[in-house]
Design a protein around this ligand. Structure first.
Ligand code: CAA
Length: 284
């Protein structure tokens, strides 16, 4: 049974995953490469919990208890030693994720579940450099931003993922209160493939002058009842993140996912969305 969870990467997704696991009572070790990153992650968790208390979604005692379940570290060995479940949430690069799991295996217990929060890279590609036994413990656990508010957990199984690993993933989903879907290991899975298709088309429409960003977003919020328009959502996710996903999907699924030039230009200028204050919209 899972008691201790290591989350590797304290960025937008990593700190959100750490928070929901801590709220469910797991002992969580949040790891990033330097202390400023772990501090930013912990600060963001504190802010989210405080807002949750203000909105009466939890008591101050529950928020305090969640925080008390989280420790931070910059040492990979300390994070993963004795952890039952290790979730990587590092940037969306295949070589980096493969390197992380190679390092993890050197320090983790031999029966730990290995999970990746990749949003588009096939699990089989990430596991390609691992031995078959380790691949049986590898699974995709795809969370959604903002993690504490989004009800879905997309579980992705490769051909090698064992039944016991899938069961552990389903148990986690239930305990953290997420609805799980189980998806075959295909590029972009179910969620990113659909979400990015709409997002890229919205950027192409902006390039072509079909309407301004505000109105393209309204088309989907008011016309289709999406909670957020596709351009604002791209800002929330991060333009750099979406660009990486689009590049992966172009390689795997073809031209229809080719990133629009406007997306490349904005990323090159550092306009990455909410986290930098500007993307397709300005974020005060
Ligand atoms: N703690 C607990 N609950 C909170 C909270 C907090 N800190 N902050 C807000 N809430 C609650 C609110 O009380 C409210 O609850 P009720 O519905 O019970 O009233 C609910 O959460 C919504 O909050 P708000 O009213 O403040 O905000 P909103 O209605 O504007 O919704 C949103 C915000 C949930 C982000 C919404 O805009 C949304 O769903 N946007 C789309 C997000 C999305 O699509 N994310 C996926 C991105 S793709 C991805 O992440 C995957 C990837 O691979 C990159």
């Amino acid at each position: 049974m899972t008691k201790t969870i290591a989350v590797l990467g304290a960025g937008t997704m990593g700190h959100g995953i750490a928070q929901v696991c801590a709220q469910a009572g797991y002992a969580v070790r949040l790891r990033d490469i330097d202390e400023s990153a772990t501090k930013r992650g912990l600060d963001a968790i504190q802010q989210m919990l405080s807002k949750g208390v203000i909105k009466e979604k939890m008591t101050q005692e529950q928020a305090n208890a969640a925080l008390a379940h989280i420790t931070t570290t910059t040492e990979l060995a300390a994070a993963v030693a004795d952890a039952d479940l290790i979730i990587e949430a590092v940037p969306e690069r295949l070589d980096l994720k493969q390197r992380v799991f190679a390092d993890v295996l050197a320090h983790a217990s031999s029966d730990a579940i290995l999970a990746t929060n990749t949003s588009s890279i096939p699990i089989a590609d990430i596991g390609a450099t691992l031995k078959a036994e380790a691949r049986s413990r590898l699974i995709g656990l795809h969370f959604f931003n903002p993690v504490p508010l989004m009800p879905l957990l997309e579980i992705v199984t490769s051909q090698d993922t064992s039944g016991a690993t899938l069961k552990a993933a389903r148990d986690l989903a239930e305990r953290i209160g997420k609805d799980a879907i189980v998806v075959k290991d295909t590029p972009g899975f179910a969620t990113s493939r659909l979400g990015v298709a709409i997002g890229l088309e919205a950027i192409r429409m902006l390039e072509e002058g079909v309407a301004n960003a505000e109105d393209i977003d309204k088309a989907m919020t008011l016309g289709y009842k999406h909670p957020m328009g596709p351009l604002r959502l791209t800002d929330l996710v991060g333009l750099d993140v979406r660009l990486h996903i689009a590049e992966t999907l172009t390689t795997k699924l073809g031209e229809r996912f080719t990133p629009p030039q406007l997306l490349r230009d904005k990323v090159a200028k550092g306009k990455l969305g909410k986290k930098t204050g500007e993307g397709f919209h300005v974020w005060p």
